[in-house]
Design a protein around this ligand. Structure first.
Ligand SMILES: C[S@@+](CC[C@H](N)C(=O)[O-])C[C@H]1O[C@@H](n2cnc3c(N)ncnc32)[C@H](O)[C@@H]1O
Length: 190
């Protein structure tokens, strides 16, 4: 899936690595990727265990990164990847994630957001509606997010929706692009 988006040696920052399943999966298939895992401090030991067991020597140690904190690496990165995080984080984390991602992407880079979404307040699948209810029961700050609201916020950060890809289990990938001609880029070398 990412192979048509990323060059074989792309640098990728993953936000909210969690189980590290995505990092292991993609770097097995694209071993030249420079994939940097990150997550909240409490998740780093488990991520490191999986990297040690299944990373095949292709993944550097995960770094601590709270979306709301100041420890974002400077980049620039070719891509920022985040999976199943927007519905876990409180909604106010999403604009920060988008803004900080835009700041560390190189010109022409992309933000890849994977997960369930609804459209203009309407659920696109019964399973996502049930999932949303279970999230809200667990913590009212959680919930399936609206793809259109995410897109509108991304545009305010200079990230443009390039693709909205349906995936199994009613998940989607929202692929946002930082235009190659953005004069506010943090990457003066490009
Ligand atoms: C449902 S898990 C997804 C894990 C993994 N990406 C996956 O798809 O298997 C949500 C992840 O978001 C992370 N997360 C929650 N709040 C965060 C924050 N403020 N900053 C960074 N990561 C956060 C959690 O620690 C957790 O790893």
């Amino acid at each position: 899936m990412l192979s048509w988006v990323l060059s074989p040696a792309a640098s990728v920052l993953e936000v909210g690595t969690g189980t590290a399943q995505h990092a292991v999966y993609f770097t097995e298939r694209l071993p030249g990727l420079r994939w940097q895992c990150s997550d909240l401090a409490g998740n780093l030991p488990a991520i490191q265990s999986r990297i040690d067991l299944e990373g095949g020597g292709r993944l550097p140690p995960a770094i601590e990164l709270d979306v709301m904190g100041d420890a974002w690496p400077p980049g620039p990165f070719d891509a920022v990847y985040t999976a199943n995080t927007l519905h876990i984080m409180p909604w106010d984390h999403t604009p920060v994630l988008l803004e900080r991602s835009a700041g560390i992407l190189r010109l022409g880079g992309c933000l890849v957001v994977y997960g369930p979404f609804h459209d203009r307040g309407v659920h696109t699948a019964a399973s996502n509606e049930a999932f949303d209810r279970s999230l809200q029961a667990r913590d009212p700050a959680m919930g399936v997010r609206d793809a259109d609201r995410v897109r509108a916020l991304a545009e305010q950060c200079g990230l443009w929706l390039e693709a909205d890809l349906p995936l199994p289990a009613n998940n989607r990938i929202l692929l946002f692009r930082k235009p190659a001609g953005d004069p506010t880029s943090a990457d003066p070398s490009s």
